[in-house]
Design a protein around this ligand. Structure first.
Ligand code: GAP
Length: 450
């Protein structure tokens, strides 16, 4: 029952996202492409607002952070050195009759068994012991590993030397630029390099709307520290992460820390705290913060032959810095924002749906309407107010479709905090009605005070 209600909540949000121009299925017109999503006019603005807030919080407001924007395609040696070619794998099993493929840990989860900490062999044993079949009711094969990187070839020759991959994390574009930033800016330790951008993973079973996609966006920081200072930096960045999540308007009680056990951590991590969020689909990972030691810079030094050591200014002290990495998925942040701001209530006996988005994230801040769209004097005055607000706030929408009630409902659904209506009194007293999304209260305000 609880699961049904949760799924209903998810369905309502997916339907709103499509109906109101936030998120569409990728390539929908051709039947879709699984694990891909397109952002509509409101979705792209909401996503950018989240990304810009992150950039301001972690980069612009600090003096120890440097931004980069690296290429998505990288030399194949990057992914060998990073361990992704050998170890970036998920366990995959197959329906032995129709050959549909599944992620083994997801099969267990869907059957009420927690796969955390299990080896692939233990997962296979659990499937046999519990008589678990595929969703089509057929026996499942034993598991094998499946590398999640999208492989491609660069240039006109198709041989092993031209192989490249769509990056599965933005992090490596930071590590490969670490030396450039040090040589150009001489930062003192500790300092960080930040990047936002696309990442690609050939997920075996993309699901839960944008939560697990094959193409998604990351916001990552590699924070370089003295080896003995890693815990201090870890705690500081974890605290900053909580402040950032608060600025997204996420309820504190829906945010949880998980100290990831060694057997579940990524191959490069000595400590990871996952931040989990209570989504309608359950408690799931929103982001992670990992202590990556000197794993990446050490591997780059070994494989490239270039020195990755940092020299403490004015001394001969040299070492490879250690790294703390806060890694956010934009889609998971956006899904947390959408699901936690979704509200249903009743206004004048009618069901109302609205998004209680924080004002700084709302894609539209003000909607401006003339009370009647066939009265030129009202339209002219409303256009004046619209231009005034647009100059100040940018994200202002002109809305004269349908009656006022319908406009309010539409704006509520996209989370517009204020609707401004110009009526006949406005022509006399230069004031307008401002209607508040959350309270539905209407207040008379002078145009000059808007
Ligand atoms: N550089 C470290 C790294 O990539 P990760 O835990 O594999 O670590 C970091 O990914 C974040 O990226 C996750 O916490 C999640 O927010 C997001 N993410 C990972 N896979 C995703 C997927 N398939 N779809 C959407 N977001 C994903």
């Amino acid at each position: 029952m609880a699961k049904e209600i949760k799924n209903q909540a998810m369905e309502s949000i997916i339907s709103l996202a499509k109906r109101r121009g936030f998120i569409y299925q990728g390539s929908e017109v051709y039947g879709g492409l699984s694990g891909t999503w397109d952002y509509g006019p409101l979705g792209v603005t909401l996503k950018r607002n989240i990304m810009n807030l992150w950039w301001r919080h972690f980069v612009e407001s600090r003096d120890d952070m440097y931004g980069v924007d690296a290429a998505i395609l990288m030399n194949q040696k990057v992914w060998k050195a990073s361990g992704h070619v050998d170890t970036f794998v998920d366990p995959l099993c197959e329906d032995t009759v129709n050959h549909r493929r599944f992620r083994t840990d997801h099969v267990l989860k869907d059957n009420g068994i927690d796969p955390d900490g299990m080896t692939m062999e233990q997962m296979d044993a659990a499937i046999i012991e519990n008589g678990i079949k595929s969703v089509d009711g057929n026996p499942l094969s034993s598991s094998r590993t499946f590398n999640m990187m999208f492989k491609t070839n660069v240039g006109a020759t198709f041989d092993e030397n031209s192989v490249s991959y769509l990056r599965p994390e933005t992090a490596q574009g930071i590590f490969t630029n670490y030396k450039n930033v040090v040589d150009n800016f001489y930062p003192d330790l500790p300092f960080g390099i930040a990047q936002q951008g696309k990442a690609f993973r050939n997920e075996i079973s993309p699901r839960d709307f944008v939560f697990r996609s094959r193409e998604f966006e990351q916001m990552e920081i590699e924070y370089f520290v003295r080896p003995e200072k890693w815990e201090e930096a870890f705690d500081e960045l974890l605290a900053e992460t909580h402040l950032f999540l608060e600025s997204l308007g996420l309820p504190k009680e829906a945010i949880h820390e998980l100290d990831v056990p060694a057997e579940d951590r990524a191959h490069y991590s000595k400590k990871t705290i996952d931040i989990e969020f209570d989504y309608p689909i359950g408690k799931e990972e929103l982001m992670g913060i990992a202590y990556r030691t000197d794993f990446d810079l050490g591997n780059i030094q070994r494989d490239s032959g270039r020195n990755m050591e940092y020299t403490i200014k004015g001394t001969n002290e040299k070492f490879i810095p250690h790294v703390i990495e806060p890694s956010f998925g934009v889609e998971r942040a956006l899904m947390a924002v959408l699901t936690s701001s979704y509200r249903e209530d009743e206004v004048n006996g009618e069901k109302r749906v609205y998004l209680q988005l924080p004002e700084h994230l709302a894609p539209v801040k003000y909607a401006v309407s003339p009370l009647l769209k066939n009265k030129p004097e009202l339209v002219a005055k409303a256009r004046e107010v619209y231009s005034l607000l647009k100059k100040k706030h940018g994200a202002v929408m002109w809305d004269d479709n349908g009656n006022i009630g319908k406009r309010y409902r539409r704006q509520d659904e996209i989370g517009t905090p204020y609707c401004v209506v110009v009526d006949f009194d406005s022509l006399e007293d230069d004031s307008v009605t401002v209607r508040n999304r959350d309270t539905t209260e209407q207040t008379r305000i002078a145009i000059s005070q808007l």
